[in-house]
Design a protein around this ligand. Structure first.
Ligand SMILES: NC(=O)CCC(=O)C(=O)O
Length: 277
């Protein structure tokens, strides 16, 4: 199968966790006639993005939010990239986790954000996920009838090593639940998605929360799809809405043939000791 339909739901995040989960259902109902293959939600779609909220909203895998997402994937026959939510493990660690469900509602992947968002831009955005979160330690790629797909979370996009690992593992599209902010969003959001798409000759799909100027952390919004040529296929503004797009795996093959960057890599020359010091 060469063409796949995706929907990115740029929804607001409210304080009531399960209200957010209901919002997802309303959107899925709204777009069901479009028959999307993949639906992606924003980072921390059911938990206002603030460090002190993460332990409070955290649930173990298979918790109430997980159950609903699984049920939605099955009911609508979609792959659901469940944005992200705080996940707590048996030891009490809390992760920023994206659950991935197949069309039968079975969990087929799970990404724990590997690069925690710790920044301090003078006169701009400060945030320290590591105050309450633990980092994941692996890349996430899963199988579908369209080929392998990857998921990373927001700040992960800034580290080209991670997307390259996923492409080496066979990912044909990388989905990125995310929430850039009013400092880095205008400067780096579109650029990051275009760059990773261009580097890796791959489709990138980013889904952000709608902007709420009263929130403690203000989302840039601008959910986006970029293509293997490095171009923007479509991008929302800051408001609540849905981005629907068709991704053509044949076009991805074509770009990779015409501009054979992945094939032309000097694997004999690149050294892990140099890349990782
Ligand atoms: N939630 C995040 O990881 C935010 C990342 C971000 O805004 C950035 O600039 O990177």
């Amino acid at each position: 199968m060469s063409k796949m339909k995706i929907a990115a739901i740029q929804m607001p995040t409210v304080i009531d966790k399960m209200e957010n989960v209901k919002t997802v259902k309303n959107y899925l109902e709204k777009i069901k006639d479009e028959k999307p293959d993949f639906v992606i939600l924003p980072e921390m779609f059911c938990c206002p993005y603030q460090t002190e909220n993460f332990p409070v909203y955290a649930e173990e895998e298979n918790g109430s939010v997980w159950q609903q997402l699984s049920a939605y994937a099955k009911q609508y026959g979609i792959y659901l990239i469940g944005g992200s939510m705080p996940e707590k493990d048996a030891e009490g660690n809390v992760y920023n986790t994206s659950y991935i469900f197949n069309r039968e509602g079975k969990q087929i992947g799970k990404h724990r954000k590997a690069h925690l968002f710790d920044i301090d831009v003078k006169g701009g955005q400060t945030f320290k996920e590591s105050d309450t979160l633990t980092a994941g330690d692996r890349d996430t790629v899963f199988d579908t009838e369209f080929g392998k797909m990857g998921v990373m979370l927001c700040f992960d996009i800034r580290f080209p090593e991670l997307s390259r690992m996923m492409v080496n593992d066979g990912a044909k599209v990388i989905f990125v639940p995310a929430a850039f902010n009013m400092t880095t969003g205008p400067a780096h959001w579109e650029l990051s998605f275009r760059t990773r798409a261009l580097d890796n000759q791959i489709y990138m799909v980013g889904c952000a929360p709608a902007r709420d100027i009263t929130a403690g952390y203000i989302s840039w919004g601008h959910s986006i799809v970029t293509n293997p040529w490095g171009a923007v296929v479509d991008m929302l503004d800051e408001k609540e809405g849905i981005l629907l797009a068709e991704l053509d795996m044949g076009y991805e093959e074509q770009v990779r043939e015409e501009l054979p960057l992945l094939k032309s890599r000097r694997k004999d020359m690149y050294r892990l000791e140099k890349l990782c010091r």
